[in-house]
Design a protein around this ligand. Structure first.
Ligand code: PLP
Length: 392
């Protein structure tokens, strides 16, 4: 076991000067390398959260570091009044990964990408409702928050943006009944992340696609957490029988630099026109260089095949703990895995992990979430499983 670290300058300063919007664990990381983080006292931690599905390439991947260093010394930002080849190349890459004729809007975060996607759907069908699923998390700005049906997050900020309709996560009949000619879009995460890793069932996805086709609404996928090869394919929808009309990405897209993207296919590609939307920093050369280098690493068949193999290894290990009664449920795809405990001890497991040198995460009192860097290997998976075996 490790001794609890002393209070660091970060902790003192933050307590005094930062708005207290985050509950933090008592550690200050100062360096990252591959699957490992290091704290101010030089202790090493195995990172099984990857900045919440941001460091899919691992910490400080040399290909990304090199691209960012080069670009930072050449041109960081020009505004969107001028052409920018790196943004255009990034858009090409994302569009081609999605659908012929697709177009991309670049911004700075997940919630901003969802905001743009909501605006796109609303402009296309003026006044239209947006159907969302229970358990969804789409972000914290007013539009994305209005699409996030969680009372504790929404109520302090009412009134919200009107026109969002909530249906249960796995009720195709209710979804079908909620969609009409008044519906602008159905918006969902193919695997819900923040509320404990809930893959949306095929029957629900098929119902969403059919309801959109019947009513002329758009099917919007938020792949901010589950995209970028996290599930073993570049986009999570590739594992399903359903293709969305519009998709959002962020988090892992630039290996830790802030970027978000909306990728729209078909007629949705041309809905947003000059003056409709914008972002000062969106797709600036520096972040675009990081995103292009990140795609070089992550949009790779061999890496994706490894993600599937390692995800199976993690789930098999967790299933063994479930059979022993130490877990009650194991869910997920690829290296996006959630596991429920029989009691409300997930935060204790996370604290014990930190003491023992593991960065783990709990999405709720009894749910653990595993989002390791996608460059992890068998050794890293087995170390975490051994820790859980000893601890649970
Ligand atoms: N959508 C999903 C599925 C997310 O997991 C998140 C963040 O956790 C967001 C949107 C919001 O992204 P950001 O924090 O970059 O605004």
């Amino acid at each position: 076991m490790r001794a609890q670290g002393a209070r660091t300058p970060a902790m003192e300063l933050e307590a005094k000067y930062m708005m207290q919007t985050y509950k933090r664990l008592p550690v200050t990381f100062v360096m990252g390398e591959g699957c490992h983080l290091y704290d101010a006292e030089g202790r090493q931690y195995l990172d099984f959260l990857a900045g919440i599905s941001v460091l899919n390439t691992g910490h400080c991947h040399q290909h990304v570091v090199h691209a960012v260093r080069e670009q930072a010394g050449q041109l960081a930002q020009v505004s969107n009044l001028y052409y920018n080849e790196l943004a255009a190349r990034l858009a090409q890459r994302l569009a081609e990964s999605f659908a012929p004729g697709a177009r991309v809007f670049l911004c700075n975060s997940g919630t901003e990408a969802n905001e743009a996607m909501i605006k796109l759907a609303r402009k296309r069908r003026r006044g239209g409702e947006i159907v969302v699923l229970e358990g969804a998390f789409h972000g914290r700005t007013m539009g994305a928050l209005s699409a996030t049906p969680q009372p504790d997050k929404q109520e302090p900020f009412a009134p919200l943006v009107p026109g969002f309709v909530v249906v249960p996560r796995d009720d195709p009949g209710a979804l079908d009944a909620a969609v009409s000619e008044r519906t602008a879009a159905v918006m969902l995460e193919p695997i819900q992340g923040e509320t404990g890793i809930w893959p949306i069932s095929e029957r629900m996805l098929l119902a969403a696609r059919a309801a959109c086709d019947r009513s002329g609404a758009l099917l919007l996928f938020d792949e901010i957490q589950c995209g970028m090869s996290r599930t073993g394919t570049l986009w999570a929808f590739e594992l399903t029988p359903v293709r969305p009309d519009v998709l959002t990405s962020a988090k892992a897209l630039a290996s830790g630099l802030p970027v978000g993207a909306v990728i729209a296919g078909g007629e949705a590609a041309d809905v947003l026109q000059p003056g409709d939307h914008g972002a000062t920093f969106g797709g600036g050369p520096l972040v675009a260089s990081a995103a292009l280098a990140t795609l070089d690493v992550l949009d790779d068949d061999r890496l994706q095949a490894r993600v599937r193999v390692l995800g199976d290894r993690l789930r098999v290990g967790l299933e063994a703990l479930r059979e022993q009664g130490r877990l009650t449920d194991v869910r997920g795809r690829g290296l996006m895995v959630g596991a429920d405990l029989p009691s409300d001890t997930a935060p204790d497991v996370v604290s014990a992990g930190l003491e023992a040198g593991f960065v783990l995460n709990a999405t709720g009192p009894s749910t653990l979430r595993f989002l390791p860097p996608l460059i992890a290997g068998e050794h890293e998976i087995d170390r975490v499983l051994e820790f859980l075996e000893e601890t649970l």
